[in-house]
Write a protein of this length. Structure first.
Length: 283
């Protein structure tokens, strides 16, 4: 045990046993859940909100303390450059690599080229610069998420505050990264998480279809929801609801084509009804 550890122990002795316990719990490095190699695990909070939104090209903007749309029971305030579905792919695969390490304490090593190929993007110079920019956005963001956790005994709220990626190092000579996620992210899985079919997602062409894929994947039996509500939840930058509705129809058709949905319709009250397919998804 080093000198720093001794100092930390001495400092903890100044607090009551209850406070010491909370501090020790907050500074642990819990591992991420296990999931099969063909899927990607992600907290439902990332799938049921505008945290990773549908941002039109050229319309990405920086915000400060903005309250993002989310389902009931979740409150998200965000500071930084808005994140889109491409950034979501980066976080999704980064979490997958971290899960293989069985710990959130250490840095995960990978090459930029290999990472880009894994998420289906070109690994040339522009792709490598884009990946670095995405990591900058994930590292430079400040997210404050408050959510409710219910069990058979009680109901409590939990707040996560910090960046999604803690830090990263990049070696230009070797083209490799050392990346560390914020260990507190593991707590977000406690509020519920989803195993997303990775190959299904890679078949999708539009960002709206990708957002909907995550949203519906996180619900066992999706409930009818208004078109206007979906527009808010996905953080769409389309101004007119009619324009969004047109894009929505195409996106739902994409989900039916990859066999996530058995059927869908938009009724006369402008509510979207979907039925998920229960058979094995197409690989």
């Amino acid at each position: 045990m080093g000198l720093e550890d001794d100092k930390r122990i001495d400092a903890l002795e100044l607090f009551s046993p209850e406070v010491r316990k909370k501090i020790e719990e907050a500074t642990r490095y819990p591992p991420l859940p296990d999931w099969p190699v063909q899927v990607r695990g992600i907290p439902n909070i990332c799938l049921r909100s505008a945290l990773f939104g549908v941002v039109q090209r050229g319309r990405r903007r920086a915000v400060k303390g903005e309250l993002l749309a989310s389902i009931k029971g979740i409150s998200i305030r965000y500071t930084g450059w808005r994140l889109d579905q491409a950034d979501f792919d980066v976080l999704l695969y980064a979490l997958h690599l971290v899960s293989l390490e069985k710990s959130t304490k250490d840095h995960t090593r990978f090459t930029g080229k290999g990472f880009l190929r894994a998420i289906g993007r070109a690994s040339g110079k522009s792709g490598r610069e884009w990946l670095k920019d995405s990591f900058r956005r994930l590292t430079g963001s400040a997210v404050e998420i408050t959510f409710e956790i219910k069990d058979q005994f009680n109901e409590r709220s939990y707040t996560y505050a910090g960046s999604l990626v803690d830090e990263f190092y990049y070696c230009s000579d070797e083209g490799c990264y050392l990346l560390k996620i914020n260990p507190k992210m593991a707590r977000l899985f406690d509020a519920g998480w989803t195993q997303m079919q990775w190959q299904q997602r890679r078949l999708l062409k539009t960002d709206l279809a990708k957002w909907l894929h995550g949203f519906y994947a996180s619900h066992r039996a999706p409930y009818p929801i208004k078109v206007s509500t979906l527009k808010l939840l996905c953080g769409s930058s389309y101004g007119r609801l009619s324009d969004f509705r047109s894009k929505l129809r195409r996106a739902l058709h994409e989900l039916a084509n990859i066999n996530l949905l058995e059927s869908w319709e938009i009724d006369k009250k402008d509510k979207v009804h979907v039925i998920k397919r229960t058979s094995k998804p197409r690989s």
